[in-house]
Design a protein around this ligand. Structure first.
Ligand code: ZN
Length: 285
C-alpha cells in the first residue's frame, strides 16, 4: 500500500490516483497524517475494503510530504561502511543520531534556495513510524514502521562542521533541507524490505551524473535495529521520521569537493517508492 498527503490530508495512492482516507471512510478515519498513523491498524484494516470511486487523478509534484508535521525527525550518521571510511571514521559501535529540525521537511518536488556555504547531497531511506511506542523490541520493529519513503538529508557542510565539537543538526535543517516522498510504501509491499536499492542523479543542463547508489542491505545498523535502539531511549510518536543514513559518494569527500549549484536538479530514486526532484536556486547571500 502507498500513502501520502494531498493538500495536507492523508491519501492512499494507486495507479496515479489519490483516495482521501477521511472522505472515503465517511469520516470514520482522520484526515491528518499523524492522526491517521496513530490509528494505523485501523487504516490498514479498512484500506482493502475502501470504495475507490472517489479517487482523483494526482501527479507526484502535487503530493506533499508523507508526514508534513512530524514531531521528531531522527537522522543517523555513518550507517554505511564505505561512507564511514570516506568520512575518515571507523564504523561506530552504536548509531550516531542527530535531528533534522521538523521545519525543514518538505514534499517530493521542490525548489531549494541555497544558503551561503557548501550544500551537499545525502540520499537516504526514511522510515515513517506508525502508532509509535517506547522500548520497541527489534522483533516488533518492522510492525512499528508504517512505511518507507525516499529522503534527502541536504547538508550545509560549513555550518555542520562549525565549532568544537561540531554540531550536525543546524547545518542539516535549512528550509527545504528535508525533502521526502513522493509516497510512503508499507514494508510488506517490497520484495525484500531489508534490501532496497536507491540512487541519486545530478542534472546540469544536458549532462547527467550518478552521485550515489546503495542498498539498505549494506547498513551497519539495519532499519529495524535503528527503531529498537532509538525507541529504547525516546518514545516514538505517530508519524515520526527516521533518516537512516547515506552511503558513499557525498560531495564533500570528493577530490576536489563538489557542492550543489544554482540551476542544478537532484533526482533521488528509491526502488518501489519513486523519486524526489530538487532544483536549486541562489538563496540570500
Ligand atoms: Zn545523512
Amino acid at each position: 500500500m502507498r500513502f501520502g498527503t494531498l493538500g495536507g490530508r492523508l491519501v492512499l495512492v494507486a495507479d496515479g490516483r489519490a483516495l482521501d482516507v477521511a472522505t472515503a471512510s465517511g469520516g470514520a478515519l482522520p484526515s491528518g497524517a499523524r492522526a491517521a498513523l496513530a490509528r494505523w491498524d485501523e487504516v490498514r484494516a479498512w484500506a482493502p475494503t475502501a470504495d475507490r470511486s472517489g479517487a482523483v487523478s494526482v501527479t507526484e509534484a502535487e503530493l506533499g510530504p508523507p508526514v508534513p508535521d512530524p514531531r521528531q525527525v531522527f537522522a543517523v550518521a555513518l550507517n554505511y561502511r564505505p561512507h564511514a571510511a570516506e568520512a575518515g571514521f571507523t564504523p561506530p559501535d552504536a548509531p550516531l543520531v542527530f535531528t533534522k529540525f521538523p521545519s525543514c521537511v518538505t514534499g517530493p518536488v521542490t525548489t531549494v534556495a541555497l544558503p551561503p556555504g557548501n550544500v551537499d547531497w545525502e540520499i537516504e531511506v526514511v522510515a515513517v513510524i506508525g502508532a509509535g511506542g517506547h522500548r520497541i523490541p527489534r522483533a516488533a520493529a518492522w510492525d512499528a514502521i508504517a512505511g518507507l519513503t525516499c529522503g534527502q538529508d541536504l547538508s550545509e557542510r560549513l555550518t555542520q562542521s562549525q565549532g568544537r565539537p561540531a554540531q550536525f543538526s543546524l547545518g542539516k535543517s535549512f528550509p527545504g533541507f528535508g525533502p521526502t516522498g513522493p509516497v510512503a510504501v508499507t514494508p510488506d509491499a517490497f520484495p525484500d524490505r531489508d534490501d532496497i536499492r536507491f540512487e541519486s542523479t545530478l542534472l546540469n543542463g544536458s549532462t547527467s551524473e550518478t552521485l550515489q547508489s546503495g542498498r539498505t542491505g549494506d547498513m551497519i545498523f539495519p532499519i529495524d535495529d535503528l527503531v529498537a535502539r532509538i525507541s529504547a531511549i525516546c518514545p516514538l510518536l505517530p508519524g515520526d521520521l527516521i533518516f537512516t543514513g547515506t552511503p558513499a559518494g557525498v560531495g564533500n569527500r570528493r577530490t576536489p569537493p563538489r557542492f550543489l549549484r544554482p540551476g542544478e536538479t537532484l533526482i533521488s530514486r528509491l526502488d518501489g517508492v519513486g523519486e524526489l526532484r530538487q532544483t536549486f536556486a541562489q538563496g540570500p547571500r
